[in-house]
Design a protein around this ligand. Structure first.
Ligand SMILES: Cc1ncc(COP(=O)(O)O)c(C=O)c1O
Length: 391
């Protein structure tokens, strides 16, 4: 079925999910078989072995590919598994140019796994795209970025960085986890590969850990298919089913995440117990204009510096009731966390502070609950803090 003219709302519900010819089941069946019968040795029908390919996974991979405007999608057992599979294309001596503000686990993968294998990495603030060109060396083989970034919510210009990558024939990988395909499509802006932790907005219900890579480059797709099968970090059919189910409401969820987050960010910015709010939907955000050009909405993530430094942040987090103090993001329920102690603890303090992850920084994943209920919770917890200037 040709879907490209359909809206994102419709694609999220139907893409990759053809009518079931046997039972007319309206939901994608979960095919648990690990292996598939072959009519002749070496001549499998559609599927052979579930690490290499599985019908439920295939439906998810098709849906993700269509949502991102790619030709091929690959699902993984975690976002980190997706990242590792992508990074396995590198060889000793290769160099990676990476955004300076990435998920702590992505930093750890590059710094503690790839580096000892002989890959060098330059981390840099990509808000001036020219710096990306300057950082490229003859050994550079990959450019990697997240936007909006985790947790500082900086916005990098994908089209400008993609142009630099294309000039040098380098693949650009964009981790689109924070935006989701509903708000941003990096392939349309010139990126070679989109990465997702499907654990987050794509599944949206905090009950699956998963990942994905999507591309429209046939040569990269061929390599990723080989590495997905060779490395084997594939999701179970049941997890694929759950992600497909979660995906169906992506559009409605994202609209509500954005509405709630925009309101909360504006109110936090006015609050006397708050020092700074990082949210690209605010006019005061340095990348606000770029966000408006590049994204269909500023997303559901807010980072905020509360008064009282680390002690203030801990007090605030412990006082929240509706916001659960937990790692992760992108679920229907609101979460709050302390990046320096939690998600980004694997980044050395000096490097963390250089990107702005200070001890009073709290990251909020604004869910789809009632706005006033969320605001009451935040206001009550903020009231326990001293004035912001004391931080
Ligand atoms: C932006 C981003 N990329 C990648 C990951 C890693 O994904 P996973 O936890 O599914 O391995 C995360 C997890 O928090 C993330 O926030």
């Amino acid at each position: 079925m040709a879907h490209r003219s359909l809206s994102m709302d419709t694609l999220a519900i139907h893409a990759g999910q053809e009518p079931d010819p046997q039972h007319a089941a309206v939901m994608e069946p979960i095919v648990l078989a690990s292996t598939f019968g072959q009519p002749e040795p070496g001549k499998p029908l559609r599927y052979e072995y579930s690490r290499s390919g599985n019908p439920t996974r295939h439906a998810l991979e098709r849906c993700l590919a269509e949502l991102e405007g790619g030709s091929d999608g690959f699902a993984f057992s975690s976002g980190s598994g997706a990242a590792l599979t992508m990074l396995s294309l590198l060889r000793p001596g290769d160099h990676v140019v990476c955004g300076d503000d990435v998920y702590g686990g992505t930093f750890r993968l590059l710094d503690k796994v790839l580096k000892p294998m002989g890959v060098s990495i330059s981390f840099l603030d990509m808000r001036q795209p020219a710096r990306v060109a300057e950082a490229c060396t003859p050994a550079t083989r990959l450019i990697w970025l997240e936007t909006p970034t985790n947790p500082m919510l900086k916005v990098f210009d994908i089209a400008a960085i993609a142009a630099i990558a294309q000039e040098r024939r380098l693949p650009l990988v964009v981790d689109n986890t924070f935006a989701s395909p509903y708000l941003q499509n990096p392939l349309a802006l010139g990126a070679s590969v989109v990465m997702h932790s499907t654990t987050k907005y794509i599944n949206g219900h905090s009950d699956v850990v998963g990942g994905a890579l999507i591309t429209k480059d046939p040569a990269l797709a061929e390599q990723l298919r080989f590495y997905q099968n060779a490395l084997g970090a594939v999701p179970s059919p049941f997890d694929c089913y759950l992600v497909l189910r979660g995906l169906k409401t992506l559009a409605v969820r994202m609209r509500q995440h954005v509405t709630n987050a925009q309101q909360i960010a504006e109110r936090l910015e006015q609050h006397p117990r708050v020092q700074r709010v990082h949210y690209p939907g605010l006019k005061s955000h340095p990348d606000h204009e770029l966000c408006g050009r590049q994204m269909r909405g500023p997303g559901g993530m807010i980072s905020v510096v509360v008064g009282g430094g680390e002690a203030g942040a801990k007090r605030f987090l412990s006082a929240l009731r509706l916001f659960t103090l937990a790692e992760s993001l992108g679920g229907v329920e609101s979460l709050a966390e302390h990046p320096a102690i939690m998600t980004h603890a694997s980044i050395p303090r000096a490097q963390r502070e250089a990107v702005g992850i200070e001890d009073g920084l709290v990251r909020l994943s604004v869910g789809v609950e009632g706005l006033e209920d969320l605001w009451d919770d935040l206001e009550r917890a903020l009231a326990l803090l001293g004035p912001a200037q004391s931080g």
